[in-house]
Design a protein around this ligand. Structure first.
Ligand code: CMC
Length: 388
């Protein structure tokens, strides 16, 4: 064993080599498989990006069609799985229920759990991608006290998720389309982010040769935390709190700067981005577009804009290189679409799924991969005697 160095949060430890996502945190660069996030955001679709992340190359038109058709054909849940989801506590947080449901997929599809069988891994990949939106929508409908809706295979992946969630009556066809397009873009922007907490979790769990389902379920639970994906829900709650204070942004920021308060500016800061988060720029523009269409100006969006402006003019934030991250504006969009705050992190999970799968598969094929087993520096008592 070489020298063991202390590295809390693995901030300076590369645990693997990866060909999936490139980030340059100083320059604000994000690329999936070499393609800049801005180009993918402008021109591709979520399923194209999912294929790219998982298989390494963009799909040809025939491949994309086949991939889409397979996903749609596998979207319906087995009857027993529906009953299982319906039996979960309806007031439980949707992320808790989502993690539980995905974990049970290893039992419902027991013949697709062998990590060493590439056909089984392909099948598990397909089932997870196909069914996560169905599961998520069912959990939402149950929580809202509404009848769950079955998938409609004739619709697109994202479009059908929006329909299964809201029942296709958001007001107008045009609005449905706009929302599906916005949702697609948000999913693309969340699809991968190299060794973030949940993806690292998926890899760590997968390193013991656990199933893809078990690993993804662990990733969902990691994502749920407020310092990670749970931040998108926390941002909305923070904005509502500030609105409750009469919109007094400055006294809220004063509280954040007082470390004793334990309050953080949610949606700000990032382990890797120390300049800006390229995803936040895309999302801010999308938010402006979507909210512009509402009849009245969106109070929380206005508040978020003001909060961002004040924070970026404050040396506390600039000295520490704290900028808005992917979660800062996503919540106001989800809210405008009609999603309750408790669903925000579920939407993040739908987006991150292809990234989790791509990393799990990459690790499985990596000859250098070993079981994840960090070291420690022991600082507890030296030997002492039980007998006094
Ligand atoms: N508000 C106030 N102060 C902050 C914040 C914040 N959001 N983030 C970091 N700081 C301060 C922190 O107190 C520390 O100050 P000092 O040097 O005086 O002790 C300094 O900035 C460095 O912070 P850190 O905690 O060492 O940074 P980290 O790399 O360990 O944490 C982070 C990164 C994202 C967890 C953190 O910035 C944070 O808690 N942000 C708020 C939650 C959030 O928005 N999370 C979403 C992350 S993006 C995508 C995702 O995963 O969902």
């Amino acid at each position: 064993a070489g020298m063991v160095t202390l590295d809390p949060g693995f901030a300076n430890t590369a645990a693997c080599q990866s060909k999936i996502t490139y980030i340059d945190g100083e320059a604000g660069i994000l690329r999936y498989r070499g393609y800049p996030i801005q180009e993918l955001a402008a021109g591709s679709s979520f399923l194209e990006v999912a294929y790219l992340l998982i298989h390494g190359e963009l799909p040809g038109p025939g491949e994309l069609k086949e991939f889409t058709e397979q996903l749609r054909a596998n979207a319906a849940l087995p009857v027993e799985m529906r009953a299982m989801i319906d039996a979960l506590p309806r007031d439980g947080h949707p992320m808790i229920l989502l993690g539980a449901a995905v974990n049970t997929m290893a039992a419902f599809y027991a013949d697709t759990t062998d990590p060493d069988d590439s056909d089984q891994v392909d099948r598990a990949t397909m089932l997870l991608l196909a069914q996560l939106p169905t599961v998520a929508a069912r959990i939402y409908r149950n929580s809202a006290g509404e009848q769950p809706l079955e998938p409609d295979h004739s619709l697109g992946y994202v479009e059908d998720f929006v329909r299964m969630t809201f029942g296709g009556d958001s007001g107008s066809r045009e609005l449905d389309e706009l929302y599906a397009k916005a949702m697609d873009l948000l999913l693309i922007l969340h699809a991968d982010h190299e060794q973030n907490c949940s993806t690292a979790t998926v890899r760590v769990v997968g390193s013991s040769q656990a199933s893809l389902y078990g690993s993804v379920s662990a990733g969902i639970n990691a994502l749920f935390g407020p310092l990670h994906g749970g931040a998108n829900q926390a941002v909305l709650e923070m904005l509502e709190e500030i609105r409750g204070l009469g919109g007094d942004v400055d006294s809220f920021l004063a509280k954040v700067k007082d470390k004793e308060s334990g309050t953080r500016l949610m949606g700000f800061g990032h382990r890797v981005y120390k300049n800006f988060d390229p995803r936040s720029k895309e999302i801010k523009e999308l938010a402006a577009q979507i909210l512009h269409r509402q009849e009245q100006p969106d109070e929380l969006f206005e508040l978020a804009l003001r909060l961002e402006g004040r924070a970026l003019a404050d040396s506390y934030f600039t000295d520490r290189k704290l900028y808005p991250n992917v979660d800062f504006y996503s919540g106001v969009i989800y809210r405008a679409m009609g999603f309750p705050t408790s669903m925000f992190t579920v939407l993040f999970a739908l987006g991150r799924l292809p990234g989790w799968i791509a990393h799990w598969r990459e690790q499985r094929l990596d000859p250098a991969a070993r079981i994840a087993r960090p070291r420690q520096l022991y600082v507890g008592p030296a030997q002492r005697s039980y007998n006094g």
